[in-house]
Design a protein around this ligand. Structure first.
Ligand code: UDP
Ligand code: MG
Length: 311
């Protein structure tokens, strides 16, 4: 079994693939690292597939999975993760922006300091300002909310222990939050500055909409990690606040009416009281439905177990 599995998601990167394979080979051989490369062709429409099949027939340690259509980077990573056999798993982009000569440094950092995940940090970045500036804000907010300070959550270049990739569940576009997901599952996560090159061939596959989607995904990550197993604490908490507010207002109006002060229909605040009560009941019901779903699907294997003794 190869010690290292290098997972590379790609979409239309025909010009880079051969060079990338050669550089990885040179870097790993020099550092005496056993490796296999697992390319995930995410529905490329250029010549990537022809090039990959040639690489796979020339080299036994080059493995390729081809999607029928373009599912996105997270899907490619998820499939790569479930197939990865190596004790350590590296992910990197296929566009030669990540430098294979950093592979031994990542391995070294992970093993010598006993981390579970080391995330690359593109300290000197070769991307336009329109991308680097929002990215700074993104990293800052994510770090604050998740409780893990990293300069560069979204760097594609990372190394993991195999148990991390089998544990984190990447779907949608959650690949941006892998370090956050791992940290929230209790893994030890850190970062290491890595060299970053400008894109030589082809073009970037992600536009500006990545930031809006990114922040929505952050809300998902935070919500799922906190309330997945106890949805009523979230919905019920908000719901009871609304319900109490609504009941309070309407009770106050009723007392006034009983004392003969003023007709309730002449009090506009009645609408607020009613609205709050309806909202409160809706939130509570959503919470109860959430609890039913949780009860149906909760299993003991959804907890991340570090060690077992005498078992
Ligand atoms: N990628 C992919 N599927 C997609 C979009 C991108 O597998 O739908 C791959 C792409 O080929 C590259 C990596 O994900 O290997 C990072 O993409 P890109 O370089 O476009 O992102 P950027 O560097 O601009 O953040
Ligand atoms: Mg790139």
């Amino acid at each position: 079994m190869a010690k290292l599995t290098i997972v590379i998601p790609l979409f239309n990167e025909e010009d880079s693939l051969g060079i990338l394979r050669d550089q990885i080979h040179e870097s790993c051989t020099k550092a005496d690292l056993g490796y296999e490369i697992l390319f995930i062709d995410d529905g490329s429409t250029d010549k990537s597939w022809q090039i990959l099949s040639r690489l796979a027939s020339d080299h036994e340690n080059v493995k390729v999975i081809r999607f029928r259509k373009n599912y996105g980077k997270s899907a490619a990573l998820a499939v790569g993760f479930s197939e990865a056999q190596g004790e350590f798993v590296i992910t990197m982009d296929a566009d030669l922006q990540d430098d294979p000569y950093e592979i031994p440094n990542l391995v070294n950092k992970l093993t010598s300091e006993n981390w579970d995940l080391v995330s690359g940090w593109k300290k000197i970045r070769h991307d336009p300002v329109s991308k680097t500036l929002p990215s700074k804000l993104f990293n800052y907010v994510t770090g604050k909310l998740v409780g893990l300070r990293l300069h560069d959550f979204n760097c594609g270049f990372k190394i993991y222990r195999n148990e991390v990739v089998k544990d984190v569940h990447v779907y949608g576009e959650l690949h941006r939050y892998i370090p956050a997901l791992a940290h929230l599952s209790g893994f030890k996560v850190t970062e290491l500055p890595v060299i970053h090159h400008p894109r030589k061939f082809g073009k970037s596959k992600f536009g500006m909409d990545r930031f809006l989607k990114g922040f929505l995904d952050l809300a998902t990550v935070l919500f799922i990690s906190r309330y997945m197993r106890r949805p009523l604490h979230f919905f019920g908490g908000l719901g009871s606040l609304f319900l109490a507010g609504g009941l309070g207002i309407n009770l106050w109006l009723t007392i006034g009416w009983l004392q003969g002060e003023i007709a309730i229909s002449k009090r506009p605040i009645l609408f607020l009281g009613m609205l709050l009560m309806i909202l409160g009941i809706q939130f509570m019901s959503t919470g109860f439905i959430g609890e039913m779903i949780t009860k149906m699907y909760s299993r003991s294997d959804s907890y991340s177990i570090r060690t077992k003794l005498n078992l």
